[in-house]
Design a protein around this ligand. Structure first.
Ligand code: NBP
Length: 474
């Protein structure tokens, strides 16, 4: 019997398209789904695209794979993933590989990898971005796990991944949960990027009184410059779209409550644990949460606000473009800081330039700008922050006046721009010679004897605030 090069179990949107992508690249693909109907449907509809080996149960699925076996799990993240992995592990042998291509939480991936390593099975937690289109035509792929497993899997993953300038958007990320961690941060950055674009739209609409169709044109123009990206491109499409039923702009008939599946929230939770200020991502997650509280918003509608609107002229468009670019640089810099911190914490040794390289195509945050990030990390792999790379430092210097005008205009006309404002605050805080954290240290020592360090001497100190206010070494 002919055996499959690789298998996919879980044939909903993502798994089905990934299996088709593999088959289209000439791999014989074993396919399986808990509910057999999906497997039959795949083979009936797309069987002509390549070689599919359908299986009705996991035992025959595993039996149809070449050794060492490579099985990709594409099921809903959570308990379902555990159930499928456990069943596969029972059927597999040392040296075999289980690839989890779902959006698993990286700590779950670390746990699963450790458990399977005991059995000699390679567990490869893999981030896959690009949605259903990406899965079919070339996603960005972020595999973790052992280096050894990448030797067997890498060539296939690189084959089916998106390509930019001939370079595949897939590479080895690092051990155990590194792949899923990087995918999580990718999604967090996606949240921040979307929020910044949404703020640009809102501000221009309020300050200029521009229509969605006019704004679509502005985003189209922006997409021809340094902001060129998939998210700007689709923003123009969404803004230009007209609702067939009402004839109104689509964006005006959609409920203004943004959904979230959880990867943005995970990114912020992990950033809090790691002590990395990912303010852009956090503001984006919170902005979605705020939008989802209609009762509070209805109650607050009567609160006072400024009586001005339509205050800007056309030069404001360029100001907002600059503010968007500068805030975006900050959001990406913060995301890369989070990757750096986790890489150190978990000993992953992640190559940040390589991550920027595999995000250039296939994924949702693909953008021209990622090439600049790759160049920055290639030039200095130990870069303290992306903001100080020459290209980005110059871009921020060029943008900062406009950025400040945008934030102050937004505040004066009462349009919320948490993304722009917090990015600017982060930029200014990082630049500061002295931060008010010194005062906070004093407060902490006052009420809790938490001690402080001095600028002029080594060691920790405490002041006897309730007594003679003398300072003593702690
Ligand atoms: P879903 O996330 O909707 O999951 C549906 C699949 O999971 C079906 O094949 C279903 O089988 C299977 N499944 C479930 Br639910 N519980 C199971 C269990 N206990 N045992 C076995 N199978 C089980 O599918 P998707 O949207 O294709 O996404 C797959 C993965 O890829 C997810 O982790 C998702 O987060 C991730 N992802 C999705 C996207 C995207 O754009 N959709 C992008 C990137 C990553 P059934 O047919 O028998 O119900």
């Amino acid at each position: 019997m002919d055996l499959a090069d690789i298998g996919v179990t879980g044939l909903a949107t993502m798994g089905r398209n990934l299996a088709r992508n593999l088959a289209r690249h000439g791999y014989a693909v074993a396919v399986h789904n808990r509910t057999a109907g999906r497997t039959e449907e795949l083979v009936a509809q797309f069987g002509g695209e390549g070689t599919f080996l359908p299986a009705t149960d996991l035992k025959s699925f595993v039996a149809s794979l070449k050794r060492p076996r490579r099985a990709i799990v594409m099921v809903k993240a959570g308990p379902g993933t555990d159930a499928v992995i456990d069943q596969l592990a029972e059927l597999m042998e040392p040296g075999d590989m289980i690839v989890d291509g779902g959006n698993a939480l990286f700590t779950d991936t670390r746990r699963r990898e450790a458990a399977l390593r005991e059995k000699g099975i390679h567990f490869v937690g893999t981030g896959i971005s690009g949605g259903e289109e990406g899965a079919l035509h070339g996603p960005s792929i972020m595999p973790g796990g052992s280096r050894e497993s990448y030797e067997a899997l890498g060539p296939i993953l690189e084959d089916i991944a998106a390509k930019v300038d001939g370079v595949p958007c897939a590479t080895y990320v690092g051990p155990d949960g590194a792949g899923h961690f990087v995918k999580m941060v990718h999604n967090g950055i996606e949240y921040a990027d979307m929020q910044l674009i949404a703020e640009s739209y809102d501000l221009l609409r309020q300050a200029l009184g521009a229509t969605p169709a006019e704004l679509a044109e502005i985003f189209r123009e922006w997409n021809a410059g340094e902001l060129e990206s998939y998210l700007i491109e689709i923003t123009a499409e969404v803004l230009a779209h007209v609702d067939a039923e009402t004839g109104k702009p689509f964006v005006d008939v959609v409920l203004d409550q943004a959904e979230q599946k959880g990867t943005g929230r995970w990114t912020v939770q992990s950033a809090l644990d790691l002590g990395v200020p990912v303010t852009g991502i956090a503001e984006a997650v919170f902005a979605r949460s705020l939008s989802g509280h209609p009762e509070q918003r209805a109650a607050a509608r009567a609160l006072a606000g400024p009586a001005v609107s339509g205050v800007a002229d056309r030069s404001f468009v360029e100001d907002v473009r600059q503010a968007l670019y500068a805030s975006k640089i900050v959001a990406y810099a913060q995301g890369f800081d989070q990757i750096t911190a986790a890489s150190q914490e978990f000993g992953w040794d992640i190559d940040r330039g390589a991550m920027a390289t595999i995000w250039r195509g296939g994924c949702i945050i693909r953008a021209r700008f990622l090439d600049r990030i790759r160049q920055a990390f290639d030039a200095d792999p130990s870069l303290a922050t992306l903001l100080v790379d020459r290209y980005f430092a110059d871009a921020l210097a060029l943008a900062q006046d406009a950025w400040r005008r945008v934030v102050s205009t937004a505040a004066s006309i009462g349009v919320p721009t948490p993304g722009f404002s917090s990015a600017l605050a982060y930029y200014d805080a990082l630049r500061r010679d002295r931060l008010p954290a010194a005062l906070i240290q004093g407060q902490r020592d006052f009420f809790g004897a938490h001690t402080y360090r001095r600028v002029d001497r080594e060691g920790a100190f405490h002041t006897d605030w309730s007594g003679d206010r003398a300072e003593r070494p702690a």
